[in-house]
Design a protein around this ligand. Structure first.
Ligand SMILES: *[C@@H]1O[C@H](CO)[C@@H](O)[C@H](O)[C@H]1NC(C)=O
Ligand SMILES: *[C@@H]1O[C@H](CO)[C@@H](O)[C@H](O)[C@H]1NC(C)=O
Length: 361
């Protein structure tokens, strides 16, 4: 999960803006998630291939599925865009059917839906162009005719054209052997430890408009779930704070002095966009640091879930509009977290705040 704070808006001093734009691009790269497809027979096709897991349906993460590749005999149905009607795909050996369909003509998800209705246990889409693997996405519309989306329960994956062509040829060969494949999702999990790791990009600024309000609402609504997952050891989350820096040439400007700490090393845009009024960017950086510190200390004491309490309470009690966005208020919140916080070593803010003075390391 990634939630970003501001975009590169008018509110930012131009000098700071450039930097975050570059950072966002670097962190927003999309990763094509893959599983493997191993051909077990016929012998001539044996080998292991990569496939791109679709963004819809239910991959059997951590598991495998062995089935027989079948390809629609009727050319008009080969792309899976029309329902297969009364056809029920069945393999001679009674193994699950992995239906191969051609790319093109309609949404990927619709092909999968039709295949599922016709008895397929999984779907492989053969790419029509010889290109690197891409992720098959679900349609964005939430129109009534897309209602099937949430009913898709089988996994789907895209295979590259050469492999798709070979599978199609083998599966359509009259009197040929069954084409048996094993779909494997065991390596699709980066850390197979039965614990979900996720990251949350955030910002303590509460005056940036709808974006900040949305974040605060999310923290409030997700807090209970996040804490249960964290306490039960099912999840491990890491908060990140979006940080700007001041390019060397601007170090002496009013903008950088008001918005940065550590000689321009860590900055945040002015919360209300007016350097002369209200809080400055550096106030936001300092509170971001305190929140990071809460996470770090709590996490080290096996109480990472305290971050959610701290952040939600800080938002309620220490708003910028109420003029309470201060270290003092932060310390009160940390204290009120009670016995658990004391055991976890909170409050402790001295070291975080003093980082505004020059340091060598
Ligand atoms: C999806 O499943 C629900 C619940 O089983 C069912 O009521 C609904 O009709 C299904 N929708 C489609 C398009 O099959
Ligand atoms: C952390 O706390 C949880 C529950 O409170 C416990 O089950 C787990 O063993 C603890 N882990 C460590 C490393 O202390």
């Amino acid at each position: 999960m990634a939630m970003a704070g501001h975009g590169c808006g008018r509110r930012l001093a131009a000098a700071l803006c450039l930097v975050v734009a570059a950072a966002n691009v670097a962190s927003a790269r999309f990763v094509v998630e893959k599983n493997s497809v191993k051909v077990l027979s016929p012998r001539s096709l044996r080998g292991r291939h990569e496939a791109a897991i679709a963004n819809y349906g239910v991959p059997d993460y951590g598991g495998t599925l062995t089935g027989v590749v079948m390809y629609p005999a009727d050319a008009k149905l080969a792309n899976g865009c029309k329902p297969f009607g009364k056809t029920e795909f069945r393999s001679r050996s009674r193994r699950p059917v992995v239906l191969l369909v051609d790319r093109g003509g309609c949404y990927f998800a619709l092909k999968t839906w039709h295949a599922q209705l016709a008895g397929a246990a999984a779907v492989l889409v053969a790419d029509s162009a010889d290109e690197p693997l891409l992720t098959m996405d679900s349609p964005e519309e939430e129109t009534p005719d897309m209602a099937f989306l949430s009913n898709i329960t089988v996994p789907s994956a895209l295979v590259r054209k050469p492999f798709g062509d070979a599978l199609r040829a083998a599966a359509s060969k009259e009197g040929g052997d069954e084409v048996v494949v094993r779909l494997d999702w065991r390596e699709s999990m980066p850390h197979p430890d039965e614990r979900v790791e996720y990251e949350f990009w955030t910002n303590s600024n509460d005056e940036c408009g709808p974006r900040c309000d949305e974040q605060a609402a999310f923290v409030g609504a997700f807090r209970g779930h996040a804490q249960l997952l964290e306490k039960g050891g099912y999840a491990l989350f890491t908060p990140h704070y979006i940080t700007w820096f001041c390019p060397e040439a601007f170090l002496e400007t009013k903008q950088c002095k008001a918005q940065c700490i550590n000689r321009g090393r860590y900055c945040a845009p002015d919360p209300e966009g007016d350097l002369g009024a209200g809080y400055d960017g550096r106030d936001v950086v300092l509170e971001n640091l305190r929140q990071l510190c809460v996470h770090r200390v709590a996490n080290a004491r096996n109480a990472s879930w305290l971050w959610w309490d701290y952040v939600a309470d800080y938002h309620l009690r220490c708003s910028m509009t109420g003029n309470h966005y201060t270290r003092r208020c932060a310390e009160d919140v940390a204290k009120s977290l009670g016995e658990c916080a004391v055991v976890a070593g909170l409050p402790f803010f001295r070291s975080a705040s003093s980082s505004s003075s020059p340091r060598r390391r």
